[in-house]
Design a binder for this molecule. Sequence first.
Ligand SMILES: Cc1cc2nc3c(=O)[nH]c(=O)nc-3n(C[C@H](O)[C@H](O)[C@H](O)COP(=O)(O)OP(=O)(O)OC[C@H]3O[C@@H](n4cnc5c(N)ncnc54)[C@H](O)[C@@H]3O)c2cc1C
Length: 349
Amino acid sequence: MTSKKVGKVLIQHFLLAFKAYNLEVIIMEVAAEEIVDELSGGREESFDVIIIGAGPAGLTSAIYCARYGLSTAFFETVDPASQLSLTPIIENFPGYEGDGFSLLDRMKNQAIKFGAVHKFENVERIRRIEEGFEVISENGKYLAKAIIIATGGKHRELGVPGEKEFVGRGVSYCATCDGHFFKGKKVIVIGGGNTAVTDAIYLKEIGCDVTLVHRRDELRAEKALQEELFKRKIPVIWNSIVLRIEGDEKVERVVLLNRVENREFEVEVDGIFIAVGIKPATEIVDELGVEKDPVGYIKVDKRQQTNIEGVFAAGDCCDNPLKQVVTACGDGAVAANSAFEYIKMMGAK
Ligand SMILES: Cc1cc2nc3c(=O)[nH]c(=O)nc-3n(C[C@H](O)[C@H](O)[C@H](O)COP(=O)(O)OP(=O)(O)OC[C@H]3O[C@@H](n4cnc5c(N)ncnc54)[C@H](O)[C@@H]3O)c2cc1C
């Protein structure tokens, strides 16, 4: 139960007691709402810009907005977490080689240092209001003149029997988070893109007995990553898809189908890491009427402006051609500049 709900329950009990003694309930109810807001942080804090997202796109926006002198808040949540926090090793961000979490931490500290306010709250709704926008999170309501959406993406599911049942009991979507539970054990990684290959390399490095399973006969991952994979002699099961995941208390085996030979076969495993892509986390803009492409990516112009005035978007949630840390940062900087220009223009009106 959130602090707001706890507050409300307590105050309802007080009101019932007052009613029982015929005291002035209306005055008490108004006061009660105020007390709840004060207790819960539910008051409407105002900012020039609210950024939804604390990945590289959102944090770059926050650094730029704060340095433009705009009062700025940035929000993040646990599900989805920033994809950068799940990246075990990053080697293609200019000037940095290391794990994703440390890079993200540096960006976050930099944004806070310049005055941006960090909110660890899931944003549930964004509404257009006369003064600008109202952002409603699990903890409260906030006002902003402009909004930057930088919500990234979340993992896709396979949609096969056993997948949902065994999440946390052998099925994982995050090698960085869960890999260490499988040291010395047999795991498979499903997928053929950068994430799947990165995950397979990472799992091998930490001591898992890892095999990659891919539905085609060649990988989509960058050549450099493929070379790393083959250098480590990580086996690949080609042309195969998962039909179902089986076990008793936890995952014991996967049933695969070789699509070329139309042959079903079983592989005994302790863990299965699913890395078949990311879908955009863009549901929260639906109420605003923000335009998206058929997959759900937010449509933006060169200035990261959406079809809704005052709403900008940056990073992996947009319909940009390359989804990487460096491009997310670039988008974030442009979105911040556009938000700054927009607020200046509004002020001049
Ligand atoms: C395993 C893996 C390896 C990768 N390797 C590389 C690599 O080597 N090089 C590279 O350049 N890129 C790599 N990437 C891609 C890179 O991580 C992404 O392109 C980048 O993180 C996108 O940044 P973003 O800010 O757009 O979104 P994200 O980093 O996904 O951040 C999204 C943010 O939005 C927040 N959010 C979402 N919804 C809400 C909500 N409703 N309320 C509040 N907050 C919300 C999340 O909490 C998060 O903070 C990798 C990705 C993965 C998964």
